[in-house]
Ligand binder design. Structure first.
Ligand SMILES: [Mn+2]
Length: 453
């Protein structure tokens, strides 16, 4: 394909020549100033001088509807005549690159009114994104190098996860260990309460991830304490100061951390850690990449909830490094005989009124049966809301899910259960606000642990 660029600025000409040479068979520049044309010609560029306002300039240059024509918008009045001449010569693929002279926006609007078929590309948009990505990568690199140094002289490091660690917590543990260039002997991944959900246990087994059980009195035995996918407030009053916190949940007050990286607009902690690993050019093993990919997929419910460009970017970076078959195996763990039992119980005891499915499943040995059942019935045709309750130990647990983009289920729970007093800190459980398939939902323990994870 041929490209003709109508430009008067040397810098832009040289930049376009660099950028387009590999994608177009021919890149030629129409330059008004003869001295500039000569200079660029001597530098080896394909340049011809001509009057950009005349149709025959383009006819001579053999412009066809299939020629890509790029026009530099210098903000001057002549632009309209230039674009008319190009249109009259039969060009159909016309791009105007605005270099932001004067009132660029107003100028662009005026041109758009006359030439609706022309594409406008402001320079700031073209260059801004890659520049910002570079800058933020450098900032991340700085931060990572700082905490790497701070952890480097420690004998024993603990990476603490929340209770009943989910894929994101475990993957983040592996990833941080990788960033810190440590082994499982020198950086222990630990939780006060191990995984109980079948899919989490399956992930642990398939990827051979060791999450050590730890009690609060063992913590002083470590030289450095890091937390991933969780912040110290979660553990009640146990921590006032930690060394490193990396999390994607909203930032909580009441603790101090030597280093922290909290990005609540990210879909997963693994996304943040992918950026950390990339920033320092770390090698990512297949196992770690698989865990992280699975984590991003499950925390964002495969990009249905709170996922953004960075999550997609991390996903596509990890994908070629990971074992996709392994991920399919881990996902298969979701349906178990035990869970089906509670699905059946819910059907026997449940009622469907209009688009709401409501059920009480009675005593349940584990909390995850309740949100699982709620998610299950949300898949039914015509069901828009599910409210499922059950009793776990001595707590009533209610899980509310709804389809739709608002956080309606969360609001429903806040409205009807916000007055339930919080539980004593020592009984605080892993609490979770989760959103299925882009839909808000929230499970509440009625006597009150705040469900805010
Ligand atoms: Mn997470």
């Amino acid at each position: 394909m041929r490209c003709i660029a109508v430009c008067q600025t040397e810098l832009l000409i040289r930049m376009l020549d660099e950028a387009l040479a590999s994608s177009f068979e021919v890149v030629e520049f129409l330059v008004e100033s003869k001295p500039l044309a000569r200079k660029l010609h001597d530098a080896g560029l394909s340049v011809f001088p001509g009057d950009p306002h005349r149709t025959d300039t383009y006819l001579k240059a053999d412009v066809t509807p299939a020629t890509c024509v790029i026009v530099e918008d210098t903000g001057k009045r002549g632009m309209r005549r230039t674009l008319e001449a190009i249109r009259d010569a039969g060009a159909a693929l016309v791009y105007v690159v605005g270099i932001g002279c004067g009132d660029a926006h107003k100028h662009e609007e005026e041109l758009r009114a006359f030439f609706p078929e022309v594409n406008f590309l402001p320079m700031g948009d073209l260059f801004g994104q890659p520049l910002l990505i570079e800058f933020s990568r450098s900032l991340t690199r700085l931060k990572v190098q700082q905490y790497q140094r701070f952890f480097s002289d420690a004998d024993r490091v603990v990476i603490l996860l929340h209770n009943d660690p989910d894929p994101d917590a475990m993957a983040s543990g592996l990833a941080l260990r990788n960033v810190l260039r440590r082994t499982k002997q020198t950086a222990v991944i630990a939780a006060q309460q191990g995984a109980t959900r079948p899919e989490n246990i399956r992930m642990q087994n398939l990827l051979d991830i060791h999450v050590e059980d730890i009690t609060p009195d063992q913590l002083p035995g470590f030289d450095r304490i890091a937390m991933v996918d969780v912040q110290p407030h979660y553990f009640g009053d146990a921590f006032h100061r930690v060394d490193l916190v990396i999390d994607h949940h909203p930032e909580q007050p009441g603790y101090s951390a030597v280093f922290k990286d909290i990005r609540s607009n990210y879909g997963s902690t693994s996304t943040i850690l992918t950026e950390h690993l990339r920033a320092v050019d770390a090698n990512i093993s297949e196992r770690t990449a698989t865990a992280m990919l699975y984590a991003i997929k499950s925390d964002t419910l495969f990009f249905n909830r709170q996922a953004n460009r960075v999550d997609l970017e991390a996903f596509s970076y990890l994908y070629p490094l990971a074992d996709a078959t392994m991920i399919r195996k881990m996902e298969g763990a979701e349906i178990t005989m035990e869970r089906l039992e509670y699905v059946l119980k819910a059907k026997q005891n449940g009622r469907m009124v209009e688009q709401v499915f409501c059920s009480f499943i009675g005593a349940s040995p584990r909390e995850d049966f309740i949100p699982y059942v709620a998610d299950f019935y949300l898949q039914l045709e015509d069901v828009k809301w599910t409210i499922v309750a059950g009793i776990v130990n001595d707590s009533l647990v209610i899980s509310v899910r709804n389809l739709g983009y608002g956080r309606n289920a969360g609001e429903f729970v806040r409205k009807y259960f916000a007055d339930v007093p919080p539980r004593a800190p020592d009984r605080r459980q892993a609490s979770r606000e989760s959103v299925t398939q882009g839909h808000a939902c929230r499970s509440v323990r009625c006597e009150g642990s705040r469900r805010n994870r």
